[in-house]
Design a protein around this ligand. Structure first.
Ligand SMILES: [Zn+2]
Length: 135
């Protein structure tokens, strides 16, 4: 997807604020090819852990409702990796099975000087990196 720089900054700032715990949230997109990120919605990490994240199902449903009210769509779920590379863990791959077609954005802040934002499509066990292009 295309991501305005200020939304990338917002996700990195969220990751830094919650470190060493992982942060999480969702990204609303306007449909198109490629989709364009329009808003970032931070969510609470119910697991409050440096090793994994958990979004409360009701919170996600409420966020999706707000996103759809604005004529947008759920485009991505994002979370941070505070100790490892921004690549999906086995836990992430398992969790992604419940969200087909949604991009999986990982904000890597293990190197605080050089945050990395990567996006993936996860289909069963297969992980494909897709562009998270700053605009
Ligand atoms: Zn992860």
């Amino acid at each position: 997807m295309l991501i305005p720089g200020k939304l990338l900054d917002q996700m990195v700032a969220h990751a830094r604020a919650d470190a060493p715990n992982e942060c999480c949230g969702v990204v609303a997109v306007s449909p198109g090819e490629p989709p364009r990120a329009e808003r970032v919605y931070p969510a609470g990490n119910a697991a409050a852990s440096p090793l994994r994240f958990e979004i409360d199902g009701l919170e996600v449903l409420r966020l999706i409702e707000r996103i759809e009210e604005q004529g947008l769509q759920l485009g991505a779920i994002y979370h941070s990796h505070t100790r490892s590379d921004p690549y999906p863990s086995q836990t992430d791959i398992n969790f992604a099975a419940g969200w087909p077609g949604v991009e999986w954005i990982i904000v890597g802040v293990a190197d605080s000087e050089r945050p990395l934002v990567r996006s993936y499509l996860i289909d069963g066990p297969s992980v494909e990196e897709v562009a998270a292009e700053a605009i």
